[in-house]
Write a protein that binds this ligand. Structure first.
Ligand code: GZL
Length: 370
């Protein structure tokens, strides 16, 4: 049972609060000011009373590298608004782990009630999360994961099954090729996300395993586009120069890189599309952002597997449960869909589970939250 274990501190805090309020009520001059200076404020955690005191959240966000990330940021900022009873301290790490580590230490010094972290990569968190645990501040991890020796260093995780996202995409490709009677060698380029990110690890492993178990799939190259459009375009241009018309499929690990990949393909005189036997280059992607789905509707992306960024409400629900001392799952997976305008694959089967593929229309795109 994960409970915000502040019982011993609560008594000390109550005494401290009574002392402070006693001093202030006595009208001691300057004491309030001295008191602020005299009392180590970071050790006085404000207890959330029924209405008046907000819960202070320190949130470390990776950056603003993609549409997905922006939607994720909007979602958490909306959920942890002052109107909802929160004091949100939001830090944008600009895609640098050292900035996330620095932000978490600042949150600890500020004595926040909770730390919420989307870790840019899985490793390098043991020390800073030990400091948070020592300070009695629960850490909620979301989206990507942390790889730590002691999983008591974080209260819980909510995110995607990135390996499953990749397997659903690979099964779609397999069904597509068999439906089309394509059984010749298929040459694949994998444009990867930020190396070491959970999403990259899972999505890359899925295509690597699919190629390993396939008779005729060939992985020509793997290279990181760092989840950005610019880097995705740069890497794809280089690989087009090297492999050109030998490329049949580009497996891109997020929509923003796919925007750059598609530009590179078109600017190099090739065509994006599903008809690889006519020399078209088939692009598959992840995230299912608004622009990614528009490209899917247009046929430039053959299938876009959703990675849901709308964590805000789920994270707020977790904080409320922890505030109330309720049980909370250590791991929670968020629901996700898969979209294609190549309409005849209605579902894909992964390890005996059937996952639906939504046939994409402009109405569906218009009705989505991001
Ligand atoms: C995945 C998320 C990834 C997205 C990218 O959950 O961490 O990071 O797929 C984003 O768009 O940059």
């Amino acid at each position: 049972m994960i409970v915000k274990n502040h019982k011993p501190k609560k008594i000390i805090e109550l005494i401290m609060l009574l002392l402070i309020s006693g001093v202030v009520l006595c009208g001691c001059t300057g004491s309030a000011g001295n008191n602020k200076e005299g009392t180590d404020a970071k050790n006085i955690k404000r207890e959330k009373s029924s209405a008046s005191q907000p819960v202070t959240i320190g949130l470390s966000q990776i950056g603003s590298e993609s549409d997905w990330r922006m939607a994720s940021t909007e979602s958490v900022k909306a959920a942890f608004s002052s109107g909802a009873g929160y004091n949100l301290i939001f830090d944008d790490a600009q895609q640098k782990q050292e900035n996330q580590l620095k932000a978490i230490r600042e949150f600890i010094d500020q004595g926040v009630d909770y730390i919420i972290l989307d870790p840019i990569v899985e490793t390098g968190w043991d020390s800073v999360l030990s400091e948070a645990k020592e300070a009695g501040i629960p850490v909620i991890v979301y989206d990507r994961r942390v790889d730590v020796a002691d999983d008591s260093l974080y209260a819980c995780w909510i995110g995607s099954d990135f390996y499953l996202e990749g397997k659903r995409t690979c099964m779609w490709l397999s069904d597509f090729f068999s439906d089309r009677g394509i059984d010749h060698n298929i040459n694949i380029i994998n444009i990867q996300g930020t190396m070491g990110a959970t999403a990259q690890i899972g999505r890359s492993k899925a295509i690597e395993d699919a190629v390993y178990h396939s008779r005729n799939w060939r992985l020509l190259a793997q290279e990181s586009g760092e989840y950005t459009t610019a880097k995705g375009k740069e890497v794809m241009k280089k690989l087009l120069a090297k492999y050109g018309e030998n490329i049949d499929v580009v497996y891109v690990e997020n929509d923003n890189m796919a925007y750059g990949v598609i530009d590179a393909i078109r600017e190099s005189g090739y065509v994006t599309g599903a008809d690889i036997d006519k020399g078209e280059i088939l692009v598959v992607s992840f995230d299912a952002t608004h622009n990614g789905l528009q490209l899917t509707l247009d046929g430039a992306i053959a299938v876009d597997t959703e990675c849901n960024p709308l964590y805000g409400p789920r994270l707020a629900e977790m904080v409320e449960m922890m505030e109330a001392g309720e049980d909370i799952e250590k791991e929670t997976y968020i629901e996700e869909d898969q979209f294609s305008a190549v309409g005849y694959i209605a579902s894909v089967n992964v390890e005996d589970t059937e996952y639906p593929v939504t046939y994409l229309t402009s109405k569906i795109i218009d009705e989505r939250a991001y």
